[in-house]
Design a protein around this ligand. Structure first.
Ligand SMILES: [Fe+2]
Length: 270
C-alpha cells in the first residue's frame, strides 16, 4: 500500500529493558509503518534515568507521538542518586516534557476519537493470598525465593502503599471527567485474571492493585494495555480486551508465540 493509504496506527510496547544485552537492537529496529503512527511505551524501559530518557527521545524522533508511563524498573534508585522515590518519578516526567513525550501528568490525547490515558497506579500488595497480611505475604514469598528488587530499590525511598493510594485518587478524578471511549495504559495489569499465568503465584503482591479491577468497564475502555508480567497475551475480561505488550528479556522474546503481534497494534484510525 502507498504510504498515504495506510491507516495510522496506535502501537504499544512495554518492558523494553534496554539495559539488557540484545534488547537495545530490538528497540533500535522499532519504526512506524506510517509517519503519523503513535507509540505507547508502558513502562520498564531501563533502570537509569539517562538511558530511559535517551531511549524515549530516540523513539520520539521516529513516531508522531510517544506516550510513556513508568514501570517499577524505571523507578529503581540507589542511595547515591540525587533524585529518589517520588522525586525520581518527577525527574522522568520532567525529562519527558522536554522530549515532547506524553506521560500520566499531561492532558490525555485523542487518537481517532478515543482518549488515550497513560496511568501510573503502582501496586499496594493487595493481590496477595487472602487471609494474609502484607508482611506475611512478603515473608511467604521470600521463603519461596521470590524477592522483588523493588523491596531494595523502591521501598527504601517511597512507600508504595501510600503512593498507590494517592495515585488511585488522582487517576479516578481525571478518568471520571472523560466522555467517550478510552484506551487505558498502565505498566501493571488493571485486572487480576492475567496473574493466573504467573509461574510463581507469590509474585502477585507486586503486580498491581485490586482497586483498578472495574476501571475498564467504568471508564469506557475499548482496550487496556499493560506489561510487567512478561507474559504477552490478549485477555477478554468483562467484554474488554486487555493486552500485555511486553518485550521482556531475550530468553523470553526468543521463544515468543506469533500472537499477539509485537509491537502490538492497539487500534487504527482510518
Ligand atoms: Fe515491571
Amino acid at each position: 500500500m502507498a504510504e498515504a493509504e495506510r491507516p495510522r496506527t496506535l502501537w504499544a510496547v512495554a518492558d523494553l529493558h534496554v539495559s539488557v544485552r540484545g534488547n537495545r537492537e530490538v528497540v533500535a529496529g522499532l519504526a512506524p509503518d506510517n509517519p503519523d503512527d503513535w507509540l505507547i511505551v508502558a513502562g520498564d524501559v531501563a533502570e537509569r534515568p539517562e538511558l530511559i530518557l535517551r531511549t524515549l527521545g530516540e523513539l520520539a524522533a521516529r513516531y508522531a507521538r510517544v506516550i510513556f508511563t513508568p514501570g517499577n524498573h524505571d523507578l529503581f534508585c540507589r542511595g547515591t542518586d540525587r533524585h529518589v522515590g517520588e522525586d525520581r518519578y518527577a525527574q522522568l516526567i520532567e525529562g519527558c516534557r522536554t522530549l515532547g513525550v506524553l506521560t500520566p501528568e499531561d492532558p490525555y490525547p485523542q487518537f481517532g476519537g478515543v482518549t488515550v490515558c497513560p496511568l501510573f497506579t503502582l501496586y499496594d500488595y493487595s493481590w496477595r493470598r487472602p487471609g494474609t497480611t502484607v508482611d506475611e505475604a512478603l515473608a511467604e514469598a521470600a521463603e519461596r525465593g521470590v524477592v522483588f528488587t523493588d523491596e531494595m530499590s523502591i521501598r527504601p525511598f517511597a512507600d508504595p502503599v501510600l503512593w498507590c493510594r494517592r495515585r488511585l485518587a488522582y487517576t479516578v478524578r481525571r478518568l471520571s471527567r472523560i466522555a467517550g471511549p478510552t484506551v487505558l495504559v498502565n505498566h501493571w495489569p488493571l485486572a487480576p485474571e492475567p496473574l493466573a499465568a504467573l509461574r510463581h503465584p507469590e509474585m502477585t503482591p507486586w503486580c498491581g492493585t485490586r482497586h483498578t479491577r472495574d476501571w475498564p468497564r467504568r471508564y469506557g475502555a475499548r482496550a487496556v494495555v499493560y506489561g510487567h508480567l512478561h507474559i504477552p497475551a490478549v485477555h477478554e475480561i468483562d467484554g474488554v480486551r486487555h493486552a500485555e505488550v511486553s518485550l521482556g528479556y531475550p530468553r523470553q522474546w526468543r521463544r515468543r508465540p506469533p500472537e499477539p503481534r509485537w509491537p502490538y497494534p492497539v487500534m487504527e484510525d482510518r
